[in-house]
Design a protein around this ligand. Sequence first.
Ligand SMILES: [Zn+2]
Ligand SMILES: [Zn+2]
Length: 478
Amino acid sequence: MNCKYHTHEKAQWYCHQCDISFCVNCCDIHEREIAPRCLLCRTHLESYGVSDKVTPFWNKLSEFNKYPWQKNAYNFLLTYMGIAFVIGLITDFIPIMMIQLLLLLALYSIGIGYVFTVLTRTARGKFDAPSYDEALTFNSDSMTGKVIGLFLTIIGIGFIGYHIFGSGFILPYIAVVSFANPAMLIILAMEKHVTSAINPARIASCVKAIGWPYLLLFGFSFLIDTGLEFAQSQLHFWLPQSIAYPMLFAALAYFYIVKFSMFGYVAFQYHNELGYGIDAENLLDNDSESALEKRLMAKADVYIQEGRFEDAEDVLYDLAQDKKHTVKALERLVRLNIVRQNPAGAIKAANNYFQNPNLSGIGVEAVRLYQEIVAYEPHFRPMNAMARSVLINQMKHKRYLEDVNKLTSISEKMQNDVNLPWLMLSRAKFESEVMNDDAKALGMVNKLLSKYPRGSHQREAEQLRQVCQSMQQKAPSA
Ligand SMILES: [Zn+2]
Ligand SMILES: [Zn+2]
């Protein structure tokens, strides 16, 4: 099934109320809400789940084991071992507790950043390992802080429980926490809030969403941890730190990559039951500008196709607020209003568009849009000299003569525009370069230089005058 509004995109969500399927860009995803909302009626959307369509995680164990052997993961492990070796050396030689702790923290932080990237990436259905660089840009620092926050909270609750209920509290508490551990890590990775990861109701809903297979997940995770603990105790006991560190941390990273790729896959398999859109999380921490633009444009599409033009305009003006998207959003607004037969709206958007100070960078598009507007509203002209000058500079053909004339006729309001000399210069250039009328161009440049002798335009204007003069001198002899 494909999106109703973007027929090339796979539908990811469904609205019962409206009976419409939406693609991932077509819905409102808010950070606080896990399920997106329908743009048209605001009810929560249902995901087209995949848990019955993909291989269940318990049949993929061998693949999780292979995960660390992918090139990217393998390279990460080697780099990580190298770093651990250096840090091990330093701690062997500098017996200062504080420095040792900080270095250890750094080492853990790199590992945590990587494995959480593995989890969130797998949860999106991407099964190739991230590279070291990708994992580092994941903002491993804040994730480390959250992991520490999670464990401190767990220890704190244990401490309080011990004081209230006595020593009988400890063992059951450890049992509950280790049972909840996979759920907590998945929630922390996907929602990025320690408060959700520690929330018993959220943990319970996560366990319930996965169902009985959660026992398997817990079992596998428990086995990995036990194996790791054993390895840890052996290595630490026998070896100096510069040797023990790389081996220890490589083993730790290896098994955690296996474990987190499994957690990620579980989040992927049960994303619907867990309430995660496969891409919802992706969109949340993905602040890539083009993704944002794509989403807002997609929303505008929905409203336009539904005939809700005011809503579409709101979305587009929202997008235009951000300087990086102003051009595209305003372009879209102009075209939307032309289609709607709303001249006031078209001209308002067009005036905003032509006020862009960087218009010269998008001259070709500007001319195209200008022509579309003029075809619809023949009296339209940008109300600033710089925009007109940019347009004329792009009009490199004789057929534009009428447009150029129109753009050069100045209204009262523009008499004091500081960029007027540039407009006159563009006009003169057009005469010389396109119309080949150097006499006329020369007249214009002379007029320009007598009226505005100084300014940033001066050099270019004088150059043009020289060219025109030399061309004129040649002309009679030719
Ligand atoms: Zn769509
Ligand atoms: Zn709806």
